[in-house]
Each structure stands twice: as structure tokens, then as C-alpha cells.
Design a binder for this molecule. Sequence first.
Ligand SMILES: [Zn+2]
Length: 563
Amino acid sequence: MHRRTSISLVALATLFLSPCATQAQTLMPDSQAVQQMRLDVYTLADDSMQGRETGTVGEQMASRYIVDRYKAIGLAPKGDSTSYLNAFHFAALPRTGPGNTLKIGRHTLKFGDDFYPLGYSANANVLTRVARCKYGILAPELDRNDFDGVEVKDHAAAMSISSPDGIHPHSKWIAHNDLRSRIDDAIKLGANAILFYNDDPEMANDPPRDLGMKLQPSSVPVVFLTKSGFAKLGLSGDPVAISTDIIREQKTGHNVVGYLGNGKPYTVVIGAHYDHLGFGGEGSLHRGEPAVHNGADDNASGVAVMLQLAADLQHMPDAKNNNYLFIAFSGEEKGLYGSNWWTKHPTLPIDSLNYMINMDMVGRLDSTNNLAINSIGTSPSWPGITKLKVGDLNIKTTEGGIGPSDHTSFYLQGVPAIHFFTGSEADYHKPTDDADKVNYPGMLRVARYIEAVITTLNDSTKLAFTKTASSDSTETPRFTVTLGVVPDYMYDGKGLRIDGVTEGRTAAEAGLKSGDIVIKMGDLDIPDMMGYMKALGMFRKGDTTQVTVLRDGKEMTAEVHFK
Ligand SMILES: [Zn+2]
């Protein structure tokens, strides 16, 4: 590997002293560039694009617009085979369908008011009878069996979501706090449906109504009875007719990939996600009726700057020592799906990538002139480029390679990757993130800065990659302990698949690796990401536990020590 030292003084001097005359003549005039970016943002952030949610018509319309722009600029297709589009598949968040019904005894329970299905539920129609089994806890090690003496086989197991001493980290029944273990035990005993209720609201919280977390469904209907529904539960032996209807769909998203070849060995990836939140839902900070989330800053702005760079780089003689790949990512808002997919199924060899530049939210440059460059710890070359003086931008930096946008996927594959960002604002992830609030001349200043970065790094050597040690920002701070891993949000099999481990943190020290699938922490099974988060909530700093992972299909155990 070529190792680049710091940026040469000659390169810096060139940048300061001679804004290349021939280059200035062939680039489009500033006023025209600003006008074009304004048009791109207004088009992508128009209500007709319906918030560009991945897997929807709005995403398709936006991708068509970007394809047309790539063609107009003269980029070659570099998606799937001869297409600009690069498809990926994902499991949409489950949602309730119209067919959820429940009768117990002579009561017809009302969907929503009296009961709702849980993410653990299969879709099925079952005629059965109530079997009341307390908390549904089967714990021979603690000499407790709530199923003892109850006819569970071919019955609907009715159980409280609490435990004999409530739900909290020091519960004696902690291994059974998770509903999954109780569901599994009841099914093993032959239950054909599960009815949960909360008879202890002081000590336990009702399970969430939305099916937002991707849970692995079990083999039987699983519903929760609200307070009013619980009042209608009746006795063991009462007849039950239950129908559950949860819509679980596979959907397809599309990255849009265009190539500017210069016949050189290495390629620079320039990326920006074009998807947004649609009409709201998960990720939205809007409360109230669904409304189109236009995502002008987040991230039509990044796409517009990317398109400007694509146009400019064809006319910049001192940027010809690399090829350029432009990727408009989709699925970013759902969890970096598009960049996750592309970096694992790249349309150019990963080891031919020189570095990656990500632009996410670059439309709100304000009077402070602050421009953030995140993840500069990913190559020893980055700190030098942050000293470039272009206009009067104040550069602010962070080190860590893992952040909340697509550069993270490249970092995890060993590609130096940085993220440009002009700051978050009050309209973030709200329907008010509109095109009239974007600073278009400011976007041109960001584009010019990035062009200076690209010309400064314009030689045939490849940037050195470094892993960063600093803390990652993807694990939510409400946990007192973390493993220091990046979960694979696209993975929807059993367990939690690790996509990256943070150096120097708990998982790395225990020898866990990316690709490992966590299936157990201590005594707690990890069926999915929800189970993982619950399990983490049970540990405290200083605790030591065994973590079981699947590595290449084989189970192995590692001792982790939470610091
Ligand atoms: Zn966003």
C-alpha cells in the first residue's frame, strides 16, 4: 500500500496562489451553478415527490430525475449491468392489516381499544380456549412453573407481562422478563395462541402498539389485551376466536450510480443520499397528521452538490488522476440500507476505491460559516485537507469513522471516508425542511471546498486508511453500557448481526468481529435487535457476561467486560 504523508506545501501553495485560469473558463459560471442546484433541490423537494421514501413511487420519481441529470451531465451507468440503478431488497417495517379480530366468550373485543397484535405474532385464524397461566414463567432453576397443572396444549395461553417481582434490572426473573422466552415456552407446551395482559401497570409497561421494531414472528397469534380487553378475558376454558393480520412486505430500493472514467487505477466515490421520510413515520420528529416530508436540506442539498461536482469534475484538468463514481443512495433514512448494500456488492472493486466523500445536509450554511467535516480520523491525509482555505469557511471536525450517514458503510469496508455537513436545524426531519430555506450560494461554497479537496489529493497514490478509536454515535446514550458495535440494520434473520466493531471498546476487546451474529448475552436470548437492546439494558458498568455469537455458522462464546 502506498502511504501518503501530509499534504505537500506545493499543493497548498497552488491552491492559494493560482486559481487555475483554464479551469475557471470551462467551469460553468457561479450564477449558473447556483441556479442549477436551486432547480435540483426544488424538484427533488417538491410535494409531488412525496418525501422520496425508499421503496415507494416517490423514490422512483426521484431516481428517474437523477438518472436524467446523470445522462445530461454525461456520466456512464455503473449500477446493475448496464443500468444507472442498483437495486437492493429489504423487509419493510411490519404494520397491522384490516383482519385483526378477537372474541373471548360472549365478548367481541375491539381492535385497537381492547387489543392489538404484537410484533411476535404470526398471521393465523385460530379457534381455541383460554388457559390462564399467570406470568407464563417456566424457570426450573428457580423452582417455578406457571404452566404446572394448566392445560396449555391447543389452548390460548393467557399471561401477565409482569413478573412476580415486576420488570426491572434486578428482578429475580430477569431471564424471563423478555416476552419472547415466555412465548417460546408456551408454544413448546402446545399453545396455539398467546394473550398477554398487564395486571401490574405500576411495575410493567404495556408493549408498544406500533410494530416498528423488526421482531422475528413466532408460529402463533400473539396479542396484547389492554385494560378494557383484560376485563373481558374470562376464565380458563372460555372459547376464543382469534385472527391476526400483520403485513410484512419485502420492498426494493434503488441507488443511482454514475461513472466518470479517466482511465486511472483508483476511483473516488462521491455520494449523497436522495431518499427521505415520505409522509413521516419512523425517524420523523413531526407530531400530528401525516404530512409530506420534503427533505430539502436532508438531503436534496447533498444530491444537488453531488451533481454540481459531477458537472465540474469533467472540466477540472487538475483532477484527472482519479476516476469518479457518483452514488445517490437510497435507504439511508431507514438505516444506511443503500450504502450498506453497495459496499457489500460493489459495482467497482472495493480495493480500487481511493476515498469516499459523503454529503448529507449541506444546505444550511449560516452566518457563522461553519462547515463540519466528520470522520477525519479515517485517513492520516484528512487533517491536512481541513487546513485548506477556501473562501471564509470555518472548518469544524470530528474524528470517528462511524456516524449517522452513508460514509460509515465505506469506513466499515476500510475506505477512508468523510462527511460534509452544514449543521442541523429546527426543521430537521420535519415537514418544514423546505426548498425555500436552503442557502444555495452556500452550497456552491461547499462544492468549491470539496473541489479544492479533490484537486489537492489529485495524484495517483491511494489514501492510507486508519481505524478510528473514538466513540461511535449510533448506539443510543440511554444505555449505561454498550458493546461498541454497529448493528447491520438490513439484517433480518435471527439475532443481531455485527457490521463493525469500534476499536478499543467492549466487543473489540472480547474478540468479536464484524459478521458475527449475537444470539445470546448471558442467559438472555437475542432473537433480534429489540432483544439486543433489551438485553443491554440489563447490564451495568463493571458487569461481565458471556456473549454467544454465530461466526461462519458455528457457535462460539466470548467473555465481555462492560466498562
Ligand atoms: Zn435524515
